[in-house]
Design a protein around this ligand. Structure first.
Ligand code: FES
Length: 221
């Protein structure tokens, strides 16, 4: 016969053990999820396997004349060795139309996707377009730069040597000319020469294609 005392004892025992089991189970599951491989054997991430989604950042109709520009946000997806497997970062960018023949496409460095880094040319409806696409992260210390008229650059950024719009950074007054090129060690010739201030190199380029009338960004850096 079951007496009241043993029923009470059993209840107290379960009431003590069950929360402990729940905590151990929860922590164990979390730990195991970190041990579980993110990629299957033979499925290791490679640079040939794009993780980003292509992003249409604009159409050529939006760049009717030289120095027309558009800002955009691109989500760069990279491999991360954790239970999540990947990390997504939003990167601000600018696309700018520059005068034809400012840069020689053949000179511009080629990125991992086989595209010219940060620069593309096309013929569309009888017009030639030369487009620069770069991130807005300043190559000096990572502030976000703006696109300004030559008057604004002269009055606010300590550089009065230009007659065209430029990228200018409010933090330490670096100024970049999207229509001039600069040889960047390890990356090749890129658009966005530093014409003033402490930035050590051009802005970081996006790899992009011009498909029909669409400017399609594929990758960053
Ligand atoms: S962060 Fe842009 S100039 Fe220093």
């Amino acid at each position: 016969m079951i007496d009241r005392r043993s029923v009470l004892k059993g209840f107290v025992k379960n009431a003590t053990i069950l929360p402990i089991l729940a905590v151990v189970g929860g922590v164990g599951t979390a730990l195991l999820s970190y041990l579980k491989p993110t990629w299957k054997f033979g499925d290791l991430p490679s640079t040939e396997k794009p993780l980003n989604k292509d992003k249409v950042v604009g159409t050529l109709e939006e760049f009717a004349k030289d120095y027309d520009f558009k800002e955009f946000i691109f989500t760069q997806v990279t491999v991360e060795y954790s239970a999540r497997g990947r990390a997504a970062t939003d990167i601000l960018g600018y696309a700018v139309r520059i005068p034809n023949d400012s840069l020689k496409a053949a000179d511009v460095g080629v990125g991992p996707s086989g595209l010219r880094r940060g620069y593309g040319e096309t013929e569309y409806k009888g017009q030639k377009y030369s487009i620069v696409v770069v991130s807005r992260i300043c190559a000096h210390l990572g502030c976000i730069f703006e696109y300004h008229t030559p008057e604004q650059v002269c009055s606010g950024f300590n550089y009065c040597g230009g007659k065209t719009p430029m990228f200018s950074c409010p933090c330490h007054l670096s100024v970049y000319d999207p229509a001039q090129q600069q040889d960047v060690p390890g990356a090749g010739v890129l658009a966005g020469k530093v014409v003033s201030g402490p930035a050590p190199r051009t802005p970081f380029p996006f790899d992009f294609e011009i498909k029909g009338n669409q400017i399609v960004v594929k990758s960053y850096g």
